[in-house]
Write a protein that binds this ligand. Structure first.
Ligand code: THG
Length: 293
């Protein structure tokens, strides 16, 4: 499982001000520690960055690449900033995060992906916004891959993101994202996939977020998930991603396959995974105290 570190983002209390002040140190430290934690890509998230986004992105790419060799995921909705980042990117194949499906966005970003020999995250956000179910996601994915192919971008460079949503919201959307993963190779053979994993735990108390992120990653992985945008500092998530916790993975698979689990034989940790998977499958109701019930 490829991990894209979400940590270098403008919303962060330490990184946001450092970006604005062009203070390299905290950003470089973050990049080094995310790389040491085993990240495969670093997401450089500057948000919409309407003013001066191009200078900021160029500076960030150079600043980060002074200290790490990882390829970067350039996360901005500003196409001028995106191009500045792509131009400055010299280490490996960059990832454009993201290409959403409004016609004007496709028109501006697909040619940049092609021109700079980049890979892209295809975000299934359509003309009408968020897809409502798995079928709308499938239709958007096929359309997006088709349009990218027309531009000369191959499926292996397209990472489809079906958009993970918070478990505290509409649970059918969480389930639709899981189901979509199982369909992807049939509808877009050779395409890769990713999700913003932390989205699923948005709105959940901070100390409980990792439980949801970890369990959801295993569930999506069972259905073929290729990569995820994650908190690089979550050590247990890193172990799961590297296949170092096979017992937990097997347990999650069993719950997903509907096997009866004898909960009296489970450790505390195993029980927490089982409870969390049941919530994410829509089999039990989410509340902030789901682990205690
Ligand atoms: N899909 C794609 N790109 C994405 C997302 C996605 N990029 C943005 C986002 N979703 C993924 N990145 C983050 C980054 C930070 C957090 C969540 C997702 C986050 N941060 C903590 C918080 O806000 O509480 C900590 C912030 C801090 O460091 O202070 O939750 O879905 N393609």
């Amino acid at each position: 499982m490829i991990r894209i570190a979400e940590n270098i983002n403008v919303m962060s209390k330490t990184i946001g001000p450092a970006m604005k002040e062009r203070n390299a140190k905290p950003i470089q430290q973050m990049a080094i520690s995310a790389a040491e934690a085993g990240a495969d890509y670093l997401d450089i998230n500057i948000g919409p960055a309407r003013k001066g986004g191009d200078e900021m992105m160029e500076w960030l790419v150079k600043t980060v690449h002074e200290v790490v060799d990882l390829p970067l995921s350039l996360d901005t909705t500003n196409p001028v900033a995106l191009e500045a980042g792509l131009k400055a990117h010299k280490k490996g194949k960059p990832l454009v995060n993201s290409v959403s499906m409004q016609p004007e966005r496709l028109e501006k970003t697909l040619p940049l992906v092609k021109q700079y020999h980049a890979q892209m995250i295809g975000l299934l956000w359509g003309k009408e916004g968020m897809p409502r179910d798995v079928n709308e996601r499938a239709a958007l994915a096929v359309d997006l891959a088709y349009q990218a192919n027309q531009m000369g971008i191959e499926n292996e460079d397209i990472w489809i993101d079906p958009i993970a949503t918070p478990v505290s919201g509409e649970i059918n959307q969480v389930i639709a994202c899981t189901e979509f993963m199982a369909m992807l190779q049939d509808i877009c053979p050779g395409c890769k996939s990713t999700v913003g994993l932390s989205n699923v735990s948005n709105g959940t108390p901070d100390n409980l977020r990792p439980y949801l992120n970890r369990a959801y990653m295993i569930m999506l992985q069972k259905n073929g998930l290729y990569s995820a945008i994650v908190d690089a500092y979550d050590k247990e998530l890193g172990k799961l991603a590297k296949g170092e916790m096979p017992e937990i993975v097997n347990l999650v698979y069993q719950v997903m396959d509907g096997k009866e689990i004898d909960s009296t034989s489970l450790s505390q940790k195993e029980l927490e995974y089982v409870k969390t998977v049941k919530v994410l499958m829509g089999k039990s109701l989410y509340s902030h105290s789901w682990l205690e019930i």
